[in-house]
Design a protein around this ligand. Structure first.
Ligand SMILES: Nc1c(NC[C@H](O)[C@H](O)[C@H](O)CO)[nH]c(=O)[nH]c1=O
Ligand SMILES: CC(=O)[C@@H](O)COP(=O)(O)O
Length: 160
């Protein structure tokens, strides 16, 4: 099922755990920050809706999606978080750099999930154009940040 057939913002709060006592880290890329800020807001709103305290939602910014790997690793090393959400937006340009950034951040975040016993959630848009990113960060297809926070809460429940 493609995103076009599924609204990313749909979730059932009854399916999610109480977030009152949770601490969530969000590492946010500054590239395409209009989009990444929208993704962050979508994730933040779910966590608050599920009872998280604002002071327990910690945001770190990094220059680009490739730096999400190192930023997420440093968060994990604090051993304070129940989950880390890596937020980025990679948009195809003129060169093959898109392919390498997307593959690198995908593999890097996969590796973090193997190394650490706290989930790292992959909230990275890998789009052909800016409109696709807008559509998936609070636009017609919903918000992938919402989906990421839901995934984080579900994985925390599984990890208890
Ligand atoms: N083109 C995009 C980038 N490129 C920058 C890299 O992520 C990285 O910061 C740089 O190579 C230095 O290590 N990053 C994005 O997040 N989105 C893009 O569209
Ligand atoms: C994903 C990127 O790094 C890319 O947007 C950079 O653009 P370009 O390939 O035109 O250098």
């Amino acid at each position: 099922m493609a995103t076009a057939n599924k609204n990313l913002s749909e979730y059932n709060k009854a399916d999610l755990i109480d977030a009152t006592e949770l601490k969530i880290g969000l590492v946010v890329s500054e590239w395409n920050d209009k989009v990444t800020n929208g993704l962050f807001q979508g994730a933040y709103d779910v966590l608050i809706d599920c009872g998280a305290k604002p002071e327990n939602i910690v945001r770190w910014n990094v220059p680009g999606s490739f730096e999400l790997i190192f930023g997420s690793k440093k968060m994990h090393q604090l051993e304070e978080f129940d989950a880390v959400i890596a937020i980025g937006c990679v948009i195809q340009g003129e060169t093959k750099h898109f392919d390498f950034v997307c593959e690198g951040v995908t593999q890097g975040i996969k590796d973090l999930n193997l190394i650490y016993d706290v989930p790292t959630i992959f909230c990275v848009l890998t789009d052909n154009n800016e409109q696709q990113s807008i559509d998936r960060s609070g636009g017609i297809h919903g918000n992938k940040g919402t989906e990421a926070a839901v995934a984080a809460l579900k994985m925390i429940a599984l990890n208890k």
